[in-house]
Write a protein that binds this ligand. Structure first.
Ligand code: TMP
Length: 228
């Protein structure tokens, strides 16, 4: 195994968020990255939004049940914000401060896409929420997994089995197409932070592209082929 050095010399951990529409394969890819980081002897935690801390998991249950939708887009956005505030303060920031890498399933871009683009919540409100919940904290890298809507919805339905779709899975094809467009736009507008990856091929091929993105963005000396 080749020793990897990160681009930033500080002892702070690296923060990677994973984004994408329903059925884009985020959980599978996060698991694979976590395994490779563990093999490289880098300490990492896997977490998610909404959720990731005891308080935020309660809010997750509330929003995914559809309760937040009844309150309207602004109030639903505040629920996501409350969850993020707790998660950042009690889990993400302490981990990064201790030098632990954080792999987060969804973060600020989900809010921009789901509440901003699709819920028409104003950028002014979203920016104000960011100031309170994350301050200067931004992911060092955001992997955006891109998959055609029909494929993503089929995968999500297969994963769900006989369970009822949650609040967002239950939205129509038009909603999911808008989601995909919004993510692609974020990737185009912020290439320093975001890498758009075609998530259509089999998971191992996608994982190779994800690892290349990590190597290019976060490691100063690319490791030899196939390692760690
Ligand atoms: P998931 O973890 O299974 O992807 O479900 C989380 C859902 O919550 C997903 O449909 C996207 C949605 N969501 C938002 O609408 N806004 C947010 O800020 C976050 C983090 C998630």
């Amino acid at each position: 195994m080749v020793e990897m050095t990160t681009k930033r010399p500080s002892g702070r951990g690296r923060f990677i968020s994973f984004e994408g529409g329903e059925g884009s394969g985020k959980s599978t890819q996060i698991k694979k990255v976590a395994e490779r980081l563990a093999a490289a002897k880098l300490r990492a935690i896997v977490t998610r939004e909404p959720g990731g801390s005891p308080g935020a998991e309660i809010i997750r249950h509330l929003v995914l049940s559809g309760m937040g939708k009844l309150l309207g887009p602004d109030a639903e956005t505040l629920l996501f914000a409350a969850a993020r505030d707790d998660h950042v303060r009690t889990v993400i920031q302490p981990a990064l401060n201790q030098g632990t890498w954080v792999l987060c399933d969804r973060f600020i871009d989900s809010t921009r896409v789901y509440q901003g683009r699709l819920g028409h919540v104003s950028p002014t409100m979203l920016n104000a929420i960011d100031r309170v919940t994350i301050g200067d904290l931004k992911p060092d890298l955001t992997i955006i997994l891109d998959v055609p809507v029909e494929i993503g919805m089929k995968r999500a339905a297969a994963r769900r089995g006989t369970a009822a779709p949650d609040r967002f899975e239950a939205e129509d094809v038009h909603f999911h197409q808008e989601l995909r467009d919004a993510y692609r736009q974020i990737a185009a507008e912020d290439p320093q932070r975001c890498v758009l990856i075609d998530a259509t091929p089999d998971p191992d091929m996608v994982a190779a592209d994800v690892w290349t993105a990590l190597r290019d963005h976060l490691f100063a000396q690319p490791s030899a082929a196939g390692s760690p």
